[in-house]
Unconditional design. Structure first.
Length: 733
């Protein structure tokens, strides 16, 4: 077993690794505290954070989470890493290789992040010779040409992007960018003539007959973009790449006057072909040749009709253009009838029956003879038996304007059907019939305003509709008058004739009257009472006043006797409809005695002792005489205090009382008068009026001596009230 000296503790909640793996517990637990010690590095290493200078953690507002840069498993606080460097400046390419050697960028302990490349690479910029960045006035935005992968090679490829200066005839023939780019503020400008030993006279002579020639550098570059002497221009770099037959024509065939600004419209070169081609002028063909022709094969016509307002489908794909475009191209009608009028006229019934001239309603471009008319797109979709009926079954004279009313075709069925004419059935047949099965009758009575429920669902129509359909009354009494008349009490007691108040269509004999819908909802004992208990003569107009039914109960009360003590007969003030008339409340108690303070929480029996007939006195002493008799400080009985308790006491609590003789009037429990009296009557000789008091009766002073002593005292009188006016606290003079 372990000895006291070799005791160990489970430190797994904060593994001791690296420099923390020391046997001296007090290195961390220096104040003798073990439980609850913070595991935050900052709690122990705040001094290192505050004293750090390279970098200064405080001024740079470094996080206090030391583990972001320092490792708890390391043997020492240094070296540290900074894995979150990307939050400030992303280390990529060659920068990522030096991320652990901060001093390469952060020299002299300066850790404020330099955002611009030139802040670190100013020497590279200044020492560059090919080209010389400084003398050429290159931008110091290094990222424009260089990347963090490596300073060389740069991403600016003059040879392939613009003009070959590192290869070909110009390689080695220049020193600085400014040799050609003489305007350093705008590198888009360049000069060729300054270097080339050509006089304008010799250049003009050599370029005789060359269209677009001019003795300026931009003209040199236009014909010699790669610097070669043969003057070949890469037309693919212009706005008009050469393809097809254009590859084999000489420049002068198109560039007859200049090079720059030569039109790219086909018509500008091929106007003669347009004018000599058949139909082009006569039918006003568009002069945008490329709509139909290509430079690969001028004679191969390929016009994409899909790009027009009339895409070609079916048989239209194989017809000649002139079949439809008989006079002009633009404005040719898209209506089928404009080309197929002869087909319409020759077709049977089309003209005679007024068929519409929108041919596409029935015909298509793939097969003119396959006729399909989608009746669903009309105002009368075909369903049921209508799907198999022939068109002329309904369209006997015309198509447009054929009526959609069922009776327009089926009036004969209406007239021969039983009861339809006699009972004046409506002629909108669809209310009962459907096109799937004419004999299957399905009339939705819910749409009439009288929904059929219960037994009404199964009875025949003529049970209610004995003479007509429209205007049949919806009142129950209209059909059930005989049931009302023969029912007991209905006539004699004047039952209302709106039968649905008590009866339903499912079971006529199950009577349920919802009294809650009246002005007198039933609650409590009223729920079990029979109707005749209250409705003794009539139903409508029965009084809702309790006393009209319960006067007998009111008069028969004995505890308390309601009539003798004048309790009002508005029974609802105290009673509810609970069975047995009890329990009752008495919210009008304040009409007899106002309940305040502690009286509010008392039970009735505390004062009434179960006897509510005898009127209780409103005097406090009638209930509190024991409190009066037992009080000792002061002794009310011996002091003969008045029984009007409310002078000093309140209903909130018996104590403390509101009578403070010393503070409000005269000190008798302190000062010279303390213990010098026995009864209140010693001073208050008139027990019916405690505002009257006597001082002279107790004090041994004769009037003569008092008159002598008070000689010259203003307002002196040998009266107790005068004594009190000068001696309100009982002290002398």
């Amino acid at each position: 077993s372990q000895t006291w000296s070799t005791m160990s503790v489970d430190h797994s909640f904060f593994p001791l690794t690296g420099a923390h793996n020391i046997p001296n517990c007090f290195a961390c637990h220096s104040k003798g505290g073990y439980a609850g010690l913070s595991t935050s590095c900052f709690s122990c290493h705040q001094d290192k954070y505050n004293s750090a200078s390279s970098p200064n953690h405080i001024s740079l507002n470094f996080s206090k989470d030391c583990s972001m840069c320092h490792s708890v498993s390391a043997g020492a606080w240094k070296p540290a890493s900074f894995p979150n460097h990307d939050q400030f400046y992303m280390l990529t390419g060659a920068h990522s290789a030096i991320k652990d050697n901060c001093s390469q960028c952060h020299t002299a302990g300066y850790f404020q992040n330099p955002r611009q490349c030139v802040d670190c690479h100013q020497k590279d910029y200044d020492n560059s010779v090919n080209p010389n960045h400084k003398s050429a006035g290159f931008s110091t935005d290094c990222a424009g040409c260089h990347s963090t992968a490596a300073w060389k090679p740069s991403t600016f490829d003059h040879d392939n992007t613009y003009f070959p200066i590192y290869s070909g005839a110009h390689n080695g023939k220049w020193n600085n960018c400014s040799d050609c780019h003489t305007t350093q503020s705008n590198y888009a400008l360049f000069e060729c003539i300054n270097c080339h030993e050509h006089s304008k006279t010799s250049m003009d002579s050599k370029h005789t007959g060359v269209n677009g020639y001019s003795y300026i550098s931009s003209a040199c570059y236009a014909c010699h973009p790669r610097g070669s002497k043969d003057g070949i221009i890469d037309h693919s770099l212009t706005a008009f790449p050469l393809i097809g037959a254009h590859l084999n024509v000489s420049c002068g065939q198109c560039h007859t006057t200049t090079y720059a600004g030569t039109s790219t419209a086909c018509y500008s070169c091929h106007q003669s072909k347009y004018l000599s081609a058949p139909n082009h002028t006569a039918q006003n063909y568009p002069q945008d040749c490329k709509q139909c022709h290509t430079p690969v094969d001028w004679k191969q016509i390929n016009f994409n009709h899909t790009n027009t307002a009339f895409p070609l489908l079916g048989a239209h794909l194989t017809v000649n253009c002139s079949n439809c475009h008989t006079s002009s191209l633009a404005g040719t009608s898209k209506l089928c009838y404009s080309c197929h009028q002869s087909n319409y006229s020759a077709a049977p019934d089309h003209a005679s029956n007024g068929y519409p001239q929108t041919c596409e309603q029935c015909h298509n471009t793939s097969d003119w003879k396959t006729v399909t008319f989608n009746h669903s797109n009309t105002a009368f979709p075909l369903i049921g038996a209508h799907l198999t009926a022939k068109c002329n079954s309904c369209h006997t004279s015309v198509f447009a304007g054929t009526p959609k009313l069922c009776s327009s075709c089926h009036i004969d069925k209406y007239q021969t059907a039983a009861n339809h004419t006699a009972l004046n059935y409506p002629q909108n047949c669809e209310q009962c019939h459907n096109p799937i099965d004419w004999k299957q009758i399905n009339f939705n009575h819910s749409t009439t305003g009288f929904v059929l429920t219960g037994n009404h669902i199964t009875i025949t129509c003529n049970s209610c509709h004995v003479t007509k359909l429209a205007g049949t009354p919806t009142l129950c009494y209209a059909c059930h008058q005989s049931n009302y008349t023969s029912a007991p009490d209905h006539v004699s007691l004047g039952y209302p004739q709106n039968c649905e108040q008590c009866h339903n269509t499912t079971d006529w004999k199950s009577v349920t009257f919802n009294h809650s819908n009246t002005a007198f909802p039933l609650t409590g004992a009223h729920l079990t009472a029979t109707c005749s208990n209250c409705h003794t003569s009539v139903f409508k107009g029965t009084s809702t006043v309790c006393s009209d039914c319960h006067t007998v109960n009111y008069n028969g009360t004995t505890n308390p006797n309601h009539a003798s003590i004048g309790i009002p007969n508005t029974c609802g003030q105290c009673h509810s409809t609970n069975p047995g008339w009890k329990p009752a409340s008495f919210p009008i108690h304040n009409n007899y005695f106002v309940l305040q303070g502690a009286h509010i929480s008392l039970q009735c029996s505390n004062c009434h002792n179960g006897n509510y007939s005898t009127k209780i006195s409103n005097l406090c002493s009638s209930c509190h005489i024991n409190d009066y008799n037992s009080v000792t400080n002061p002794n009310h009985l011996s002091a003969k205090f008045p029984l009007t308790c409310e002078i000093c006491h309140t209903q909130t609590a018996w104590k403390p009382s509101t009578f403070n003789h010393d503070g409000q009037y005269f000190p008798i429990y302190s000062g010279s008068h303390n213990g010098k009296w026995n009864l209140c009557t010693d001073c208050h000789t008139n027990q019916s009026n405690y505002s009257v008091f006597e001082c002279i009766n107790c004090h041994e002073h004769s009037q003569t001596s008092m008159d002598s002593k008070h000689s010259g005292v203003r307002n002196y009188v040998y009266l107790s009230s005068a004594c009190y006016s000068c001696h309100p606290t009982g002290r002398g003079g």
